[in-house]
Structures are given as C-alpha cells and as structure tokens.
Design a protein around this ligand. Structure first.
Ligand SMILES: O=P(O)(O)OC[C@H]1O[C@H](O[C@H]2O[C@H](CO)[C@@H](O)[C@H](O)[C@H]2O)[C@H](O)[C@@H](O)[C@@H]1O
Length: 569
C-alpha cells in the first residue's frame, strides 16, 4: 500500500479547475428540448471566460437513456440526440484552439442491456459473450442468488427467462454489471478508451469505478439498511487496484491522460492508493462522505438537518489524510447526482448570493482540483416543484414508488424526493431571461426553474458583484497563488457552531479562509499566532460582504460571510 508521500506538485491539472457539463441540460441548438454537443461548443468562450480549463462531458454515447446515458449501448458512438461524431470532433478542435482539455465520462462497471455484448450474452450459457456479465443460478430453494440490493431500489439480481439464470445489475435493471474477472472485458474497456484517446481526448472520469471487483463468493449481506445491502462485497473489492493499474499500463500512462475515479462509498486509505502517483492508478478521486452529513445513520431516503460538525470534520480529515498520503482530491459541492449544495447547506432565498459565494470560497481554498457543476457558478438553487410528475430521474421515481409501497404517505414520500432527487441538479442551464432561460427554442425535457428571470448568466456576466464574478476571481487565484496547490491544511475553528475556518501553509505563504455557515452573525476567535502575524503582510483575496472584518483576534462575521486572506512570507 502507498503511504510514501508524493511531492510531485508539477502536474498541470493540479492547478486546473474542471467544469462539469450535463449535456442534456446545457444548451440545445436544435429545438429538441435536449441539449447537444454543438450547444456546448457554442459556449466554450463562456467557460474560458470563467477561467475553467478542463471540461468533463457526461455520457453522450448511444444509449436507451434509461439512466440518462449511464446505460451505454455502444461505447464508440454519439447518440443522435446529442449530434454526430463530426460535432464531437469539432468540439475537441475548438477546445484545443482555446488551450482547454476534455475529459469523457466512461461507464464500464456496467453496460446497457441493449449493448450487443449483453444481447449475445443472454442468448445461451455457452455464448462467447456469456462471461462478459455476471450470471448466477437461482438460490437452492429458488429466487435470487443473494440478498444484494440495487442502488436504485429492489434486488440487484434480474431473472432472465432465456437461460433460467439471474444477472447482476447494481443500478437500474437495464444496467448489467460487466464481469471484470474476464480478461476479455478488461481488454474491451482498455480498447474503447484507446479509441477516444486516439481521437484526442485528454482524460476520463471513471463512473463508479471502485465497484468493478466483486467478491466471487457472492455472500449474503446482513440486510441492515444501507450498509447491509451487499456493498461491502463489491466496494473497493479484492482485485480493484490490480484492474486499475492494468488500465494505467494499457491506456492512462501511454497516453498521459488525466483521470478521476468516482469512488462510491469508499475509504480514505483506498483513495490514497487510487490517487498517489507512485501507485500509477488515477490522477484524483471523488468521494461522497461530506455529502452524506444529512443522511440519518447513512439512510439517503430519510431527512434530517445537516450535521455541520460532521461536514467540517470530514472535509478536514480528507484534506489532511490525502496530503499526508500523497493522494489528490477532486473537490466538489455539486454534481448531477446531488441536490444543489446551496439549497442544502446554506440559504437559497434571501441570502442566496452571499451563500453561493460563501460555499465557493470555502471549497476553492482547499487542496485538490475544484469541479464546478453547470449552474453552480451563477448560484442556481433546487427548483421548488409540487408534483411527482415533474421529476424525470429513474432513481427518484423508483424510490418514490418504493417509499409509498413501504407505508409512507404520498406527501411524506414527495417531501423526501423534493429534497434528495438528482433532478434538483438537472434543470436546464439558465443563460438569460428569455423564454426557457435561453436553453431551448422547444419544450425542455425537464422544467426550467422558475427563478431564471433573476438568476441567469446574461445578468451576471458583466456584474462585478455577481456569483459568476466571484467564481471567476477564485478560479483565477488557483493559477496565481501556489499555496492553493501545495499548502498543507490546518483546521482553525475547533468545533465552532457557526464557523468553518482553516489555514493553508507552504514554505512561503499562509492562506486563511473563514466562513460563517449560518444566517446569524458570528464571532470567530482567530488563534493568537495568526492574529498577531497578519497586519502588514495581509492581503484580502476574496470576500462576499462589504463589511470586511477588522483583522485581530476576534473576527465579526455577518450572516454567510466568507473571506480568504493571504499572509505573504
Ligand atoms: O453515494 P455513493 O455510494 O458514494 O455513490 C456515488 C454515486 O454513485 C452513483 O453514481 C454514478 O453511477 C450511476 C450509474 O452509472 C449513475 O446513475 C450516476 O449518474 C453516476 O454518477 C449513484 O447513482 C449516485 O447516486 C451516487 O452519488
């Protein structure tokens, strides 16, 4: 296991900021109501102006779209809904012209059941593709082979009449898990990535890649809610590091790619291994622990106010642990699977602007590579929907049905879906205050948030006080302030009930971030050493309130105030 610290801070992507594009909801140029690749190409100047230099494009391959593209039926194609291969080639050319980079989303834990591999595999037990997937006989008394649960609800096993066996599907029943024990599958995965690398992409975001190695005994789990659903037998599984090292040898290394692994329910120790350069696996990892601090006992489909201390503790332990272990964090508050952080951890109403800036400053001061999910940079909140029929996401629809079947009233189930649904993040990008927020000339596949007349790109781009301008400043700082890349992290707030405060320190400079996460004024006592230090060498790098606290031991912070200072050495 890698515990040796890597001091290589030189890789270019350690100073980059990634922009995540959910293409369905980004920009529609055809009037179909669904965003497309040409729509993204048209907005590259916007992303460049923001200062982001890598685009993570979510799946645009052929797909039945049961899970919005995470169910791939042909890994070497472009779904006509998004355009053509020529559109894709234009996108890569336009990115290169702007000195920007492209990361594609690769989904190889599973494929769609419409993929030709699965269509062949299900035909007979001796089909050459049978072992591309995970087939098991029914349990001795009949029924599913074990009690593993799908992450989208129900059993993880699907019965197939044709051969009288079950196949494993950890997500939707149309997303069949690939069998990574099979060398041919591993070759296929490497080959399809080579295909895209040869087309000039710069890297990959690897979907739930830490689930690819399953315990081959397929034991029953204890059945306890969430933790007993089988995940211990396939998360960071027995051969996962071996498989990823193989991908590195076959593709990532030879093409010098930037890679980020999405690590579902992972551990710090595994993420150090996945992302320490000496291990030759990934460039960096996503983990989700800080986004589960409002799950009572880990249960996603129950509500509670978020645990602020847990949030700070988790972010801090990953900062320190990854730094010491030589790993590298992908930093994020938002993505296409999460409700908007603004609505979850701060105030998306009266203090929306200050809140959005506060969250941004808090995250962009940390060590790692920050990711901005479309709309975050203008402070888009969760939409306030009233009907279950407004939701589109398969997970949300399944879980609503299951919760009602299990005895919740429709109103109770709806309240949970409204807070937790992935659709909260998937509403169309708000470009301007024209019809459909400028996203489409047609009918959008999912409703535009009704607040678009006051929350949109057009109004914010030229406004120096906007959320957009705040992000632009933070992103620019990553290029100019070395301490943001290499500074070690020191937590300063010692369990303050309102404030999250930390320092970053390299051998020259010290950076200090202080954020009030509440609607009440807060007083924060700065550790003496820092309070005395400051003064002459102190410089304010970012702030979100006109009243900048007077530097000293006691910092007075307005509601949702957040400031970043540097003390130059
Ligand atoms: O919540 P975790 O157990 O830590 O898992 C992280 C996320 O994993 C899944 O997301 C990804 O895979 C899905 C299937 O391909 C796809 O639907 C999703 O869009 C991907 O990002 C899971 O669906 C998420 O809810 C978890 O947050």
């Amino acid at each position: 296991m890698a515990t040796k610290k890597s001091n290589n801070q030189a890789e270019w992507w350690r100073r980059s900021v990634v922009y995540q594009v959910y293409p369905r909801s980004f920009n529609d140029t055809t009037g179909s109501g669904v965003g497309d690749i040409r729509g993204l190409t048209k907005k590259l100047d916007y992303l460049k102006d923001l200062g982001t230099d890598i685009v993570w494009l979510q799946p645009v391959y052929d797909s039945p779209q049961n899970d919005n593209g995470y169910d791939v039926s042909d890994y070497r194609s472009i779904d006509p809904m998004y355009g053509t291969m020529q559109d894709f080639d234009e996108l890569t050319a336009e990115l290169k012209a702007r000195d920007m980079h492209l990361m594609l989303d690769i989904v190889v834990n599973h494929s769609s059941t419409e993929h030709v591999w699965f269509q062949e595999s299900r035909k007979s037990k001796d089909n050459p593709y049978r072992d591309y997937y995970i087939w098991r006989d029914p349990a001795p008394g009949g029924g599913v082979p074990n009690n593993w649960q799908s992450k989208f609800g129900g059993s993880a096993w699907q019965y197939d009449e044709a051969t009288g066996q079950y196949f494993l599907a950890l997500f939707d029943k149309t997303q069949a898990d690939l069998n990574w024990e099979n060398e041919k599958v591993r070759q296929e995965a490497a080959d399809l990535m080579r295909f895209w690398a040869d087309k000039g992409v710069d890297g990959f975001r690897m979907d739930v890649i830490n689930l690819i190695s399953k315990d081959q005994d397929f034991p029953d789990d204890d059945g306890s809610i969430m933790t007993g659903d089988g995940r211990r037998y396939y998360t960071d599984g027995p051969r996962v590091h071996e498989y990823i090292k193989e991908l590195y040898e076959r593709v990532y290394g030879p093409y010098d790619l930037i890679t980020v692994g999405e690590m579902s329910s992972t551990t710090l120790q595994h993420c150090i291994r996945y992302s320490n350069p000496e291990e030759r696996e990934f460039s960096m990892t996503f983990n989700f622990h800080h986004l589960k601090v409002d799950y009572p006992e880990g249960k996603k489909w129950e509500l509670m106010p978020y645990d602020f201390e847990a949030l700070k503790g988790l972010l801090s332990s990953w900062q320190i642990g990854m730094h010491e272990g030589g790993g590298w964090n992908a930093l994020f508050w938002n993505n296409h699977d999460q409700p908007r952080a603004l609505s979850r951890f701060a105030d998306d109403g009266r203090c929306r602007v200050a809140s959005a800036k506060m969250l941004a400053t808090t995250l962009h001061g940390l060590q790692g590579t920050p990711y901005v999910f479309q709309g975050e940079e203008i402070g888009m909140p969760n939409p306030n929907w009233n009907e279950i029929s407004e939701f589109r996401d398969i997970e949300s629809k399944n879980m609503y049905r299951i919760m009602v079947e299990m005895g919740k009233t429709p109103e109770e189930a709806f309240e949970i879906i409204a807070k937790r649904s992935r659709d909260n993040a998937r509403t169309p990008m708000q470009w301007n205050y024209g019809p459909q927020a400028g996203f489409t000339d047609g009918t959008p596949w999912i409703k535009v948030d009704e607040r678009y007349p006051e929350i949109n790109v057009k109004m914010q781009r030229e406004d120096p006080e906007s959320v957009f301008s705040h992000y632009k400043n933070l992103i620019a700082l990553r290029k100019t302030e070395d301490v943001l890349t290499d500074g070690r992290y020191i937590r300063l707030d010692e369990a303050h009930p309102q404030v999250f405060a930390y320092a970053r320190m390299n051998d020259r400079d010290t950076l200090i971030v202080v954020s009030n996460f509440t609607s009440e004024e807060a007083i924060f006592t700065l550790p003496e050493a820092y309070a005395e230090w400051g003064h002459s060498k102190l410089e304010l790098l970012s702030g979100n309130r006109p009243e900048v606290p007077v530097w000293g031991e006691q910092l007075e912070l307005e509601s949702y105030a957040s400031f970043m200072w540097i003390i130059r050495g």
